[in-house]
Design a protein around this ligand. Structure first.
Ligand code: GFB
Length: 309
């Protein structure tokens, strides 16, 4: 990418898209475009085509998606499969038809089988059954990465994909019904502290293992791949380190400074027991994460206190 290349970040106000815009600006890219949901509905094929025809972006980061935590995924699987398929079908096809130079499609580590070998290598995709709580979302994302592969194979389009682990950081969704665990626990511990509540409820057993990547690292990895990778196979982005949900809760409790108890609600689902990415492919290309979990949580809590109403 040249510093004045026209770069479209789809989803530029979300957790990942906003971090990609920050990263591109820091690196001196000057011609970045983004459209709000009101300005451009990515589920509307005609609007997407009109946008690509008029704007002619050269590089596209497809960070727009219908996302949510375990409960949202579990209760609204139809929304997750349908809306994601719509968004990605429209954008990927427009990238092909309007001759975008390069597309980066973003997926998720939930594409891998529930009982996958660990750490998870890229080649383990489709080697077993998916986790039920996020099957709709995972199938949409698998379709997206396969579309990128097949457009590359059939038409020589430079479309690549990356699969991040669980992400967190500024501009996350802190709604307790629809969020992921990190923002949910930051908010729950903060509110429990402010309101002097005796305990905080954690969903599930606390035993599942998760890997967390700070979103600014994720964005840096995405820009790195856009500039350095042209392969057909998707690339994992993560830290290669994991913690139990119980341990995550303890860290957040400490960072927030909450003195009460932690209670586990085992009526809520645990989801997949473990999903640790093997990140040796990305490290072999020359990229590694920087922000460790504690520092990331400290920054995220600071952002939450300053921005969340
Ligand atoms: O982050 P999370 O919602 O999604 O939940 P997944 C991770 C773990 O944290 C689960 C537990 O074991 C939850 O039961 N947990 C404990 C909580 N307390 C809470 C809470 O208050 N809120 C939430 N949300 N979880 C998602 C997938 O899976 O990960 C998506 O559903 C996507 O498709 C995303 O892949 C990255 O890690 O289980």
């Amino acid at each position: 990418m040249d510093k004045n290349s026209k770069i479209y970040v789809a989803g530029h106000r979300g957790l990942v898209g906003s971090a990609i815009v920050r990263n591109l600006k820091q690196k001196g890219f000057t011609n970045i475009i983004g459209k709000t949901h009101l300005e451009l509905d990515l589920k509307n094929q005609a609007s997407v085509r009109k946008f690509f025809e008029e704007e002619e972006p050269e590089y596209v980061f497809l960070a727009a998606a219908h996302v949510g935590g375990i409960s949202a995924n579990n209760t609204c699987p139809a929304d997750f499969i349908y809306e994601n398929m719509e968004i990605q079908n429209n954008v990927i096809k427009a990238c092909h038809d309007f001759k975008v130079k390069k597309l980066l499609f973003l997926g998720s580590s939930c594409i891998y089988p529930k009982m996958c070998l660990q750490p998870i290598k890229e080649e383990y995709l489709l080697s077993g059954y998916l986790e039920e709580t996020n099957e709709g979302y995972a199938i949409a994302k698998i379709a997206g990465l396969k579309m990128c592969q097949f457009f590359k194979r059939q038409f020589d389009d430079n479309f690549i994909s990356c699969m991040p682990t669980n992400l967190y950081g500024p501009n996350d969704n802190f709604n307790l019904k629809t969020s992921h665990v990190m923002p949910a626990l930051i908010r729950k511990f903060h509110e429990a502290k402010i309101n002097n509540e005796p305990f905080v409820e954690i969903w599930g057993t606390g035993k599942p293992l998760r890997e967390f990547l700070y979103v600014d690292d994720m964005a840096d990895g995405c820009v790195f791949l856009m500039e350095n990778y042209d392969g057909e196979e998707h690339v994992n982005i993560g830290t290669g380190k994991e913690v139990t949900i119980r341990c995550l809760a303890e860290i957040i409790k400490d960072v927030v400074g909450y003195d009460g108890e932690i209670k586990f609600n085992i009526d809520k689902p645990d989801g997949t027991p473990r999903k640790l990415l093997d990140v040796s492919k990305l490290e072999g290309l020359g990229w590694k994460y920087k922000v460790n979990l504690e520092n990331g949580i400290i920054s995220n809590y600071q952002w939450f206190k300053e921005n969340y109403k």
